[in-house]
Design a protein around this ligand. Structure first.
Ligand code: ADQ
Length: 462
């Protein structure tokens, strides 16, 4: 079996097995099965004056974890700059938040080059290379220019934007060509893939047929691979005796209906709009005052980026406003905490919530929606209120699908969720539960890797 090489912006520590999210667990699993190597940024910053990046290798369970330190300048330009202030907002359809700087773009290419230079000598001829996400789009081009002929796949975890938006990037053609240097490019949903195909046809006059494109003397396969969760793990966590945090939560609820949201604190997640909708719900249906509690768990991320400090302030203000307006001396409608919660406690919180509120303005997939479903009691499940703009909406058809910009619409959906009888909750929940048992994250890694290892000609006739 060919060895697997995974590359992602960050690499978890070999021992972080039960604290990290589904993706790293699944990737680690695939790497351990085949033997492999995982390369990415260590998260450490090194002195600018050191001429070569510090590389650390740790081996555990058949896998080499190779981590690279970056300089402050690399972090500013590659990570905070081009990846998170240009690509992230634009790919989430927020051109107003997009800050493009040529210096950042140069830093982005420089770090990709550094990763390629470090990786190339470690690669054996029949290794298969799987690159993750928008930070590393140019990696295959850099590796190929160093002479590597290996099969290389890329998976985009975030949406691919509409053509009009992508072409706002001054270097859009270069990035698209970077993607063509992979053998397989995977997207979360068909609309994301179709956006890319439209761009290729209109801007680059490229032929795309049967999910395969031919350009610049190369053949690249495109595909849809909706990412999933370790469903069994979540089912087991949720079934286990409740953790202390879940007991504290249930005790504090005193029988009130819990509507739970769990997100990284990010402007793409639609948190201020969601809080606004909770206010509207209480305004339209005052009978729920003192009977309903919304809990928003949102650890801060990417704090060095100004837009992220701003969203933190905005969410705290919105929650304060709604609590001030609707709350009472013994009840506040919204609890807002900037905390990260362990996986098994998280499963218990999901299970305690009669309503899961997942309303991003745009999201590649959104794993919280899937985790919420997996953690429910199959005999008495809760209701998922889900944004139609999350990739997960393409699969979780039993959710109450909402438009997160439509504050009244979300308020009505919250009411329907509160009132929904058991038979309707079951008929919505059971197909989603069965779907997630079958399409879990292990199936996702297997599907992507078997597509990557298939020869292109075979893919044409498949
Ligand atoms: P994210 O934008 O990070 O991921 P998401 O898919 O929801 O979004 O994944 C978040 C993960 O972090 C979930 O597993 C969740 O449980 C965990 N998490 C969030 N808040 C937490 C908290 N307070 N405590 C503990 N854990 C928390 C990107 C894309 C998504 C895509 C994923 C995977 O933006 O669209 O689904 O990658 O491809």
């Amino acid at each position: 079996m060919a060895r697997l090489i995974a590359v992602s912006n960050r690499v978890p520590k070999p021992g972080e097995r039960y604290t990290s999210g589904g993706l790293s667990v699944a990737l680690r699993n695939a790497l351990e099965r085949r033997g492999g190597l995982w390369l990415g940024w260590s998260g450490q910053i090194q002195d600018e004056t050191v001429s070569e990046p510090r590389v650390t290798t740790q081996r555990a369970h058949n896998v080499d974890y190779v981590t690279v330190d970056l300089t402050k300048r690399d972090e500013e330009e590659y990570y905070n700059g081009f990846a998170n202030r240009a690509l992230w907002p634009l790919f989430h359809h927020r051109p107003g938040l997009t800050e493009f700087a040529r210096r950042d773009m140069a830093g982005y290419y420089r770090v990709n080059q550094t990763f390629a230079r470090i990786l190339a000598p470690l690669v054996q001829p029949d290794d298969v290379i799987w690159v993750h996400d928008y930070h590393l789009i140019p990696l295959a081009s850099e590796l190929r220019s160093l002479g590597l002929k290996n099969r290389m796949g890329f998976f985009l975890h975030i949406p691919w934007p509409a053509q009009e938006l992508f072409s706002i990037l001054p270097n859009h053609a270069r990035l698209a060509i970077n993607l063509i240097n992979y053998d397989l490019v995977g997207f979360q949903t068909k609309p994301h893939m179709d956006n890319f195909i439209t761009y290729l046809k209109d801007e680059m006059d490229t032929k795309v047929e049967g999910g395969e494109l031919e350009a610049f003397g190369r053949r690249t396969q495109l595909g849809v691979f909706p990412i999933s969760i370790d469903t069994q793990e979540f089912i087991q966590f949720a079934r286990a005796p409740r953790s202390a945090i879940a007991r504290r939560l249930e005790h504090s609820l005193e029988g009130k209906i819990l509507a739970l949201s769990v997100d990284r604190l990010d402007y793409s997640k639609g948190i201020p709009q969601r809080i606004e909708a909770i206010g509207r719900f209480l305004e339209l249906y005052p009978e729920y005052k003192s009977r309903f509690t919304a809990l928003q768990v949102a650890p801060t991320t990417r704090e060095a980026i100004p837009e992220y400090a701003e969203i933190n302030r905005e969410v705290a203000e919105a929650a304060g406003r709604i609590n001030g307006r609707f709350g009472d001396i013994d009840w506040a409608p919204i609890r807002y905490v900037n905390k990260s919660i362990g996986r098994s406690a998280l499963a218990h919180l999901y299970r305690a919530a009669k309503i899961g509120v997942v309303t991003p303005l745009r999201d590649g997939m959104n794993l919280v929606a899937k985790e919420y479903i997996a953690a429910q009691d199959p005999e008495n499940p809760g209701v998922l209120v889900l944004s139609r703009f999350a990739g997960a909406a393409k699969e979780l058809r039993g959710a109450l699908l909402v438009n997160p910009y439509d504050i009244d619409g979300v308020a009505h959906a919250l009411r329907s969720a509160c009132e929904m009888p058991l038979d309707e909750r079951l008929s919505r929940f059971l197909p989603m539960y069965a779907h997630l048992k079958k399409f879990n994250v292990h199936r996702w890694t297997d599907d992507f890797l078997s597509a990557l290892m298939r020869e292109p000609q075979l893919a044409l006739t498949a």
